[in-house]
Design a protein around this ligand. Structure first.
Ligand code: SF4
Ligand code: F3S
Ligand code: FES
Length: 250
């Protein structure tokens, strides 16, 4: 059975904006993105929202619903009470372009700063071999749909614009971890993670993991192992000596 819901949607641009109230029809089985589309169709034709797949796979429709970072297309209306006012706002960490659309280029900048897979010298592509267990370890990280909800949520940049320059954010620290765990990658990822990409800023609050729509254990499986590798390298005398003697090529 359908009902009428109260929505408060942030409207504005980079200079100013405010929450605008709407009463809108909701039908059984709908998600928040359906309601935003109904608003566009019936009451606010110029309401800006970014989306593509409506299936939780393109990572475009990230926003905040009642203050919680979520995908608009994967948030069912049935999780809310019928008399609840539902507030939809753009991701807070990135600059607003218009309405619910933010400029996420911070993330592309961070992605470009991470050197690509670096195979060992003298091994041709057709000669790469690795164990299934190593393949599986990085498989989890490759489920990332680049929705940037984790990047938006991490307090290191959410409340501190000044940290953006020196902190890659959970998504890209996870990318570094993926490369570090790759048995054929010969680059020095632990040193770079700590000194160039701000791994030390992460104090494992796990907020990134909580909002990940792909349920990737970002903190437990990527960030904490990276921190352990950094600590091992710095403080374990055996590892320290091993690194001195058998330093991996760059
Ligand atoms: Fe989104 Fe999860 Fe990827 Fe972060 S790790 S960008 S939350 S899919
Ligand atoms: Fe931020 Fe996730 Fe670390 S939320 S502080 S990157 S555990
Ligand atoms: Fe693609 Fe929501 S529209 S993830």
């Amino acid at each position: 059975m359908g009902y009428k819901a109260e929505f408060r949607v942030w409207r504005g641009d980079a200079d100013s904006g405010s929450l605008q109230d709407f009463t809108v029809e909701v039908n059984e089985g709908e998600v928040v993105l359906d309601i935003i589309h109904r608003l566009q169709a019936t009451q606010a034709p110029d309401l800006a929202v970014r989306w593509n797949c409506k299936a939780g796979k393109c990572g475009s429709c990230s926003a905040e619903i009642n203050g919680m970072p979520r995908l608009l297309c994967m948030t069912r209306m049935s999780i809310f009470e019928e008399n609840e006012v539902i507030t939809v706002t753009p991701m807070r960490t990135f600059p607003v372009v218009r309405d619910l659309v933010t400029d996420v280029s911070f993330n592309y900048t961070k992605a470009r700063e991470i050197p690509a897979f670096h195979p060992p010298a003298g091994v041709a592509p057709g000669e790469y071999r690795m164990q299934q267990v190593d393949v599986e370890r990085s498989q989890e990280f490759r489920k990332c749909i680049e929705c940037f909800l984790c990047q938006n949520t991490c307090h290191v940049v959410r409340d501190h614009e000044e940290n953006k320059e020196s902190f890659a954010g959970p998504r890209y620290l996870m990318r570094i971890a993926e490369l570090e765990m790759h048995p054929l990658d010969a680059a020095d990822r632990t040193r770079a993670a700590q000194s160039e990409h701000g791994l030390g800023y992460c104090n494992i609050t796990k907020c990134c993991t909580e909002v990940c729509p792909e349920h990737i254990k970002i903190t437990d499986n990527a960030l904490i192992p990276m921190k352990e590798r950094v600590a091992d390298r710095k403080y374990d005398p055996v590892v320290w000596l091993g690194n001195k003697l058998f330093r991996r090529g760059r």
